[in-house]
Design a protein around this ligand. Structure first.
Ligand code: AHR
Length: 529
């Protein structure tokens, strides 16, 4: 029997001849799990639930910003419905303005009265008109309305150190200074908080096609001179700088940037290294987001599980240069990148979101939780109307996606403590494609409550999970389950609740819990002892 021991960043395959009392199928056909409730692991940073909002398609214009005069209910131009939905998933940080867009963004085009906003072309994304009506002050208002933190990416590719330094000075300076006075004149006297600063984006590609060595030389003055003047951001609230890191499993930037970091002196520093990795099924993305078959499901789920090995590969390099794990791995772009919806501008990256997206989201969140010691931030791409989004809008209409529901169900994971779970995952096979049948992660939330998240990857077979808890006797197991008629089921404006969570509970007997999961399902239960 092969037993997967999933413990922190370690996923070890034990050939367990006659070892722990774990069996894939016990007498009742159940998958057995042992939750090591007394062996807490790393803290799961709430920032792994971060979002990404780029000036791309209708991600900002239409999705977030409708303008003050819009008939769509808004607060200072920002959609009320979208803000309310995002507040409910406690978005820890929002990355903005890009993406590739960031390395061509000039912040002065987007501040001040409407007459001063520059209208230009979004050359990265569909050649659309960029009115710059959503700029720095609107973004900060949006972050504030959502109750989140700002993650601002500065333009390294086509901007200057002085431009980026002036921008962060504008956002954070005391109102007695010229920069702070200008901000106050634009409506915000108090300095803004800029918690995270992205030092460029994909500098190996759209951000300037730089070698890692060239990038580190270019990046260092940004790290040094782009200063945060907000007095409230001293000490633990200090701005965290995130350098461009690797793409997928290419380790050149990991090596190059981390090597430079190891040799850094007082004059520059970084607190994070970015990783971008999308699940695409090949390039350019051609897998449809609707109407796909079971092979289209199994192939992409298999690919997405590769995130674990990619993180392990980069983490091993980071461990060599940074054994104390001072530099976080920030996976600030990830998710399903599929074929654009037929009839839409392909540069707008619009796709539907199905039960497959929900399972992909849950599996990735589980992987991030297992690597919580190094992975301390992630940003799914993207928040509204773009790629694997939380929310879809069309004019006044809004619908929550299956991915959104996963983020809501996983709220107890924010700042929770990882708890190891041992289980034999079993197998789900689709033709030649073999996948684990189940996945599971447990945590203790910030109030000390134990939660167990279980995913049934099998699109056709329900699964019974029998969980025992080392050190405690369970008295109840209650929560929610997300499932759907089919893996390609979606929520639409006309039928918004096809994929929506429902109450779910387990049976408790002698301190153990039995969970009967439907096929293609994600369950989250609170274990009371
Ligand atoms: O998320 C879409 C794009 O993907 C981003 O702009 C870019 O950084 C990445 O290549």
């Amino acid at each position: 029997m092969n037993v997967l021991v999933r413990s922190g960043a370690t996923v070890a395959l034990l050939l367990a001849a006659g070892s722990p009392a774990l069996a894939q199928d016990d007498a009742r056909g159940a998958i057995e799990m042992v939750v090591d409730a007394g062996k807490p692991g790393s803290k799961i940073d709430r920032n792994i639930f971060g979002q990404f909002a780029e000036h791309l398609g209708t991600g900002i214009y239409g999705g977030v910003w409708v303008g003050r005069d819009s008939p769509i209910p808004n607060v200072r131009g920002i959609r009320k419905d979208v803000v309310a939905a995002l507040r409910a998933i406690r978005v820890p940080n929002i990355r903005w303005p890009g993406g590739c867009f960031a390395d061509e963004y000039h912040w002065r085009h987007g501040i001040g009265p409407a007459k001063d906003r520059r209208v230009n072309i979004n050359s990265n994304w569909g050649g659309s008109t960029e009115p710059n009506s959503f700029g720095t002050d609107e973004f900060m208002d949006f972050v504030d309305q959502v109750g989140s933190e700002a993650y601002v990416s500065v333009n390294i590719g086509s901007g200057t150190v002085a431009e980026a330094a002036d921008w962060v000075e504008y956002m954070t300076a005391d109102p007695a200074t010229t920069a702070g006075r200008e901000r106050a004149a634009n409506g915000h006297k108090a300095p803004y908080k800029v918690k995270y600063l992205g030092l460029g984006n994909e500098s190996w590609g759209c951000g300037g096609a730089m070698t890692p060595e060239h990038y580190t030389d270019v990046m260092k003055p940004f790290s040094r001179f782009v200063r945060n003047y907000n007095p409230a951001q001293a000490g633990p609230e200090a701005m965290q700088r995130i350098a461009v890191g690797p793409n997928d499993d290419d380790t050149r930037y990991t090596e190059g940037v981390m090597k430079a970091w190891k040799g850094h002196d007082w004059s520059w520093n970084i607190e994070g290294l970015s990783l971008h990795h999308y699940t695409t099924g090949g390039w350019p993305p051609s897998y449809p987001s609707v109407g796909f078959d079971e092979t289209g499901y199994a192939k992409l789920v298999k690919e997405t599980l590769g995130m674990d090995a990619i993180i392990a590969k980069h983490s091993a390099i980071m461990d060599r240069y940074d054994p104390e794990k001072k530099v976080a791995l920030a996976i600030d772009e990830w998710g399903l990148w599929l074929a654009p919806n037929p009839g839409t501008n392909p540069g707008f990256l619009q796709q539907q979101n199905s039960m497959r997206d929900a399972i992909v989201a849950a599996l990735n969140l589980n992987i991030f939780a297992r690597h919580a010691d190094r992975v301390r931030m992630t940003n799914i791409a993207q928040m509204v109307n773009v790629l694997q989004s939380m929310i879809l809008t069309d004019k006044e209409k809004m619908v929550l996606t299956p991915t959104y529901h996963i983020y809501k169900m996983y709220l107890p994971f924010q700042d929770a403590t990882f708890v190891p779970v041992r289980f034999d995952a079993g197998t789900y096979a689709q033709g030649e494609i073999k996948l684990p049948r189940v996945d599971a992660v447990a945590v203790r939330d910030t109030a000390g409550k134990l939660w167990l998240a279980v995913t049934n990857l099998d699109p056709a077979r329900p699964v019974r999970v029998s969980a025992r808890f080392a050190g405690i006797e369970a008295r109840s197991a209650r929560g929610e389950v997300l499932t759907a008629p089919r893996v390609n089921s979606v929520n639409s404006f006309d039928a918004p609740d096809v994929v929506a969570p429902k109450p779910f509970s387990g049976k408790v007997e002698k301190g153990a819990v039995t969970l009967d999961l439907p096929s293609k399902a994600v369950a989250m239960v609170r274990i009371e002892s």
